[in-house]
Design a protein around this ligand. Structure first.
Ligand SMILES: Nc1ncnc2c1ncn2[C@@H]1O[C@H](COP(=O)(O)OP(=O)(O)O)[C@@H](O)[C@H]1O
Ligand SMILES: [Mg+2]
Length: 320
């Protein structure tokens, strides 16, 4: 109770400080601006339909009539962040401001928004280290500006994180990426599921990434086989393509190797250009995902792993 009171008092003090600063921060930001965390992925592949759907739902950002919001949800490594990034670059010319927020935790949101106030918008009242105040300045700017803006909250794990930073604005667009389908619900208007690549797209992606791009029938067949073995997961295909390129082998040769040593290959890590947080081997990515599950969920997965992956009856998931 005392702690909550202290927190409320602290918040009040910050608001009072902000109110005491003369004039509002309305429209004082530097435009156009963005804080996209990495360069455009020149090897971005496919996802045209999802990009089109995203744009359809978020175009309220252009017409200024209401706040629009979409969440991309799906497995870790399926390509949500990549799609968000591709969309951001696609909209760079049309919008006045695009903000990227690392939203794993409340603290990372606060830090990202603070950096936006300081380095992207360059709000005159933003102060180094004053994360909480800077965050409020940005929220205030979003509410009052007439600029066209898009805000991306990447990697949201819970609604709780969004509660602290959901823009109270009558216009603009919010794009969320999350592994949790439940997060992709209210206040977010629309959830779009990102699925693994189907065998044909997976094969095309693998052929596209491998340097030795022979489009022979046997290579295409081998690519389809390897992509299906990897369940069409873009992260896995990307990492195996890096191994194929490093070994300078054909996809066919790699397919044979993979059928013998899949576990060992999942542990291998190739250095090279990394995109937003995937500096791990495939093995470590799985391990991190499993570790985030509850003990019950892990035990349940342990049982399910003995079943055929595609034909496990849905009834099994609803047992009591
Ligand atoms: N459409 C794509 N084109 C190219 N590479 C992709 C694509 N989707 C995913 N990747 C690769 O897979 C990795 C994981 O994708 P990412 O978007 O970070 O997954 P998620 O955000 O769903 O966990 C990326 O670092 C990238 O190398
Ligand atoms: Mg991501």
């Amino acid at each position: 109770m005392a702690e909550r009171h202290a927190r409320a008092m602290k918040k009040m003090a910050i608001y009072q400080r902000l109110l005491s600063l003369e004039s509002s921060s309305q429209d004082s930001g530097t435009l156009p601006c963005n804080n996209l965390p990495v360069a455009q992925n020149q090897r971005f592949f496919g996802r045209k339909d999802l990009l089109r759907q995203l744009d359809e739902h978020l175009k309220a950002a252009d017409n200024q009539s209401s706040l629009s919001s979409v969440a991309l949800h799906g497995l870790g490594g399926v390509g949500k962040t990549q799609i968000a990034l591709a969309y951001a670059y696609q909209k760079l010319q049309d919008l006045d401001a695009i903000f990227w927020v690392s939203a794993e935790e409340t603290y990372s949101v606060q830090q990202s928004l603070s950096r936006i106030a300081l380095d992207a918008l360059k709000l005159p009242k933003a102060q180094p280290q004053a994360h909480q105040e800077n965050m409020i300045l940005v929220m205030d700017w979003l509410q009052k500006t007439s600029a066209k803006w898009l805000m991306i909250f990447d990697n949201v794990d819970s609604h709780e994180v969004l509660e602290h930073c959901w823009p109270a604005s009558q216009h603009g667009a919010v794009l969320v990426t999350t592994r949790d389908a439940i997060v992709a619900t209210l206040p977010i208007e629309k959830g779009l599921e990102v699925s693994e690549f189907n065998p044909d797209d997976g094969a095309d992606f693998l052929l596209y990434l491998s340097h030795n791009r022979k489009r022979s029938e046997s290579e295409t067949e081998a690519a389809k086989h390897v992509a299906s073995e990897l369940d069409g997961l873009p992260l896995a295909i990307n990492q195996m393509a890096a191994l194929i390129n490093a070994r300078r082998c054909s996809i066919q040769e790699f397919g044979i190797l993979y059928s013998k040593y899949d576990q060992r290959l999942h542990k291998e890590k190739k250095s090279g250009w990394k995109y937003l947080g995937y500096e791990h081997s495939l093995d470590t990515v799985w391990k991190l995902s499993f570790e985030s599950l509850s003990a019950d969920a892990r035990a349940c997965l342990g049982v399910l792993s003995y079943l055929s992956p595609d034909c496990a009856s849905r009834n099994l998931h609803t047992f009591r």
